[in-house]
Design a protein around this ligand. Structure first.
Ligand SMILES: Cc1cc2nc3c(=O)[nH]c(=O)nc-3n(C[C@H](O)[C@H](O)[C@H](O)COP(=O)(O)O)c2cc1C
Length: 193
């Protein structure tokens, strides 16, 4: 293998762009297909494909927001108009959001833990794929990944759970990086005395 300097430099500097900073334009149909292809090209023990993706774009964004706001109003009667408006705009202004579902099931050889990790890889590949195509992206879960009614409204079937939502768009502003972990704080060598 030859070294891929562009990929190395990307990985050394990659960072998310928050949903509030993602605007039009988003990927066109061809780019979306490429992005989804990248997303599904992940390590997957046993080739179970233990994930499913939900594409949220166009008018479905506002409609999903309306329905989220309705569920949020039931959960939180104390929410005022501004709080409900936050829910209404969960999938706006980002032009595209891809929900990533883990479909992990019991398997005699492949632990569900590994299947779940594979779904996490799908989300991260989508994140990186968005940047590879010239867009920016962010991975969030939010309350609606864990609320069964909201998750079902967003496409989850029985037994499935969202590992998150990858919002994709064009960044409206340059985003400052955050402090990054120091290797020495998180890495040790296996030694035997
Ligand atoms: C599984 C998962 C769920 C997340 N959910 C949220 C969330 O609900 N809200 C949020 O503000 N950030 C959430 N984050 C963090 C965002 O992705 C955040 O933008 C990220 O930590 C930025 O890191 P990066 O610049 O290295 O990509 C989540 C991250 C992961 C891995």
């Amino acid at each position: 293998m030859t070294a891929n300097a562009a990929l190395r430099d990307y990985l050394l500097s990659r960072r998310s762009v928050g949903i509030g900073f993602l605007a039009e334009p988003g990927p066109n149909a061809e780019e979306l297909e490429t992005l989804l292809t990248i997303g599904l090209r992940v390590p997957d023990h046993g080739k179970l494909a233990p994930w499913r993706l939900i594409v949220i774009e166009g008018d479905a964004r506002a409609e999903a927001g309306e329905r989220l706001a309705a569920i949020a109003a039931l959960r939180h009667p104390e929410y005022d108009a501004a709080a409900l408006d936050v829910e209404r705009r969960r999938f706006l202004p980002a032009p595209l959001t891809i929900g990533v579902l883990s479909t992990a099931r019991h398997h005699p050889k492949i632990p569900q833990f590994e299947q779940l990790l594979s779904a996490g890889n799908v989300a991260f590949n989508l994140l990186n794929g968005a940047f590879a195509l010239g867009y920016a992206a962010s991975w969030t879960s939010r309350w609606y990944a864990f609320d069964p009614e909201a998750a079902e409204m967003l496409g989850a079937r029985y037994g499935e759970r969202f590992v998150g939502f990858v919002a994709v768009g064009t960044p409206r502003a340059a985003i400052e990086d955050r402090p990054r972990p120091v290797i020495g704080d998180h890495v040790s060598r296996l030694t035997f005395s």
